[in-house]
Design a protein around this ligand. Structure first.
Ligand code: PSU
Ligand code: MN
Length: 305
């Protein structure tokens, strides 16, 4: 079988030495934030992982190869190219790899890259989910099916209320994906610490989470775990402003008939425009916050294993 994965020298060495590693996605770089903040953020997230004692593995598709671990130059190239690099979820991989193309990895495809590499922890901003109105549109992110089948734990700030958070949690329950809250009883809603929906289990420490992950994969090698880490209160934007921005963005998407893979990036960019960049600052801070927690869990996971 041909191996489609290329590891950076640093990630390869970290794997050989059983060091803690945190996978990071690239759709957030190419489609989630504007240049140059996207590149600054990606580099700052890597630095955050390092400071917390783990090795970052930013993932992407470059020249038809799945890559785990990128150089700062490669990260900058992805950030500059932005939306010119296609957003790549599970279904896009065979095409991009067979054609020798580039792709920005989503939560789903970053989980695939992490699993191929042997990386168990992954930090991002928000996961994809069941979209509002999905009973008619059937728009459910492939991230959720990936969580159902691929053994990687995803630290996120929850799911944005551009999604139907209740249905997203129902879907995860159906597919047996544990949803944990780090020092919270509620699943966070990305920009806000609360969503009104509970998590399955509240966890107080990275070690507790690491032990749960060990047991999960001892029982069954299949499937991921969602770890909801609320945005720090000092970076939480005004909830009313965000709700109005989200409602306006959703109405615009509806009017312009935005569909499929374009909808999430469209909504993120609209919200950022409407809030005058306030949402972007919050987004950056919560990603760094998640990267730190993922590194701490990765360290505890290595210690427990
Ligand atoms: N949600 C966010 N920011 C993001 C994404 C989701 O708050 O950048 C990105 C992630 O890469 C996620 C993807 O995996 O969008 C989900 O897209 P879709 O709904 O098309 O599966
Ligand atoms: Mn979709």
């Amino acid at each position: 079988m041909q191996n489609h994965l290329t590891l950076s020298p640093e990630v390869r060495a970290a794997l050989a030495e059983n060091q803690p590693i945190v996978a990071l996605e690239s759709t957030i770089i190419a489609h989630g934030m504007p240049f140059p903040k996207n590149v600054e953020t990606a580099l700052r997230v890597e630095q955050t992982v390092r400071r917390a004692g783990a090795v970052p593995a930013t993932c992407a598709i470059l020249d038809g190869r799945i890559r785990a671990g990128l150089s700062p130059d490669e990260i900058e190239r992805i950030g500059r190219a932005g939306a010119a690099i296609p957003k790549a979820s599970r279904r896009d991989l065979p095409y991009l790899l067979s054609q020798g193309l580039h792709g920005a990895t989503t939560v789903a495809s970053t989980m695939i890259a992490a699993q191929l590499a042997g990386i168990r922890l992954f930090a991002t901003g928000g996961i994809g989910g069941v979209h509002r109105g999905a009973t008619a549109s059937m728009d459910i992110s492939a991230d959720l099916q990936e969580l159902a089948q691929t053994p990687v734990a995803v630290v996120c700030a929850g799911a944005k209320s551009i999604l139907d958070i209740g249905l997203t949690l129902e879907y995860l329950e159906t597919f047996g994906v544990p949803v944990l809250g780090f020092q919270t009883d509620e699943f966070p809603a990305f920009y806000t610490r609360r969503s009104g929906f509970g998590v399955d289990y509240r966890m107080e420490t990275p070690t507790e989470i690491a032990r749960l992950l060990q047991v999960k994969w001892q029982l069954d090698a299949r499937g991921g775990v969602v770890i909801g880490n609320p945005i720090p209160a000092e970076y939480e934007p005004d909830a009313g402003v965000m709700e109005r921005a989200i409602a306006e963005a959703l109405a615009d998407a509806d009017r312009q008939q935005i569909k499929g893979k374009a909808i999430t990036p469209f909504l993120l960019a609209r919200i950022e425009r409407i809030t005058g960049g306030q949402s972007l600052e919050s987004n950056i801070e919560l990603v760094c916050h998640n990267a730190r927690l993922a590194a701490e869990i990765a360290r505890a996971f290595q210690a427990e294993g």
